[in-house]
Design a protein. Structure first.
Length: 138
């Protein structure tokens, strides 16, 4: 049975219970899910642009850093408006330090348990940033 068939079946049950015609619609995304999606897109784009800048410097000896720097400063200032220093440190670590030029990746570990903290994707970084926000609000 397809998803549409399941939805139609549920709709008919609701119609029977209510004794009238009803309509169903998809749940609207929450503010948090929109923020998360935007945050992840920003991190992916910043990672791409930074990689492109480094690639141009390494492969073609064209240094775009002076050109790109005002954009990075602007973005970092926007992060300062919205995030604590600890949250900014997590974001900047992921963007600029996690991925080494050799292709290796650094990992985060919990100091107490020595467990690896997921930090491979922008979604993982979102979760860490949200975790730090909860700690700051206590």
């Amino acid at each position: 049975m397809s998803k549409k068939d399941n939805v139609d079946k549920i709709k008919s049950y609701i119609d029977d219970i209510l004794g009238t015609k009803s309509s169903l619609r998809k749940k609207l995304p929450s503010k948090i899910s929109k923020e998360k999606q935007l945050f992840c897109e920003i991190l992916q784009n910043l990672q791409f642009v930074n990689g492109r800048t480094m690639g141009m410097k390494h492969d073609y000896k064209v240094n775009m850093m002076d050109y790109d720097d005002p954009f990075y400063v602007t973005i970092e200032n926007l992060f300062k408006l919205h995030y604590t220093q600890e949250q900014q440190n997590v974001i900047n670590w992921w963007l600029y330090d996690k991925y080494l030029p050799t292709g290796e990746m650094l990992v985060l570990t919990n100091k107490d348990t020595e467990e690896v903290i997921p930090s491979d994707t922008p979604e993982d970084i979102w979760d860490l940033v949200q975790e730090h926000e909860k700690k700051d609000n206590k």
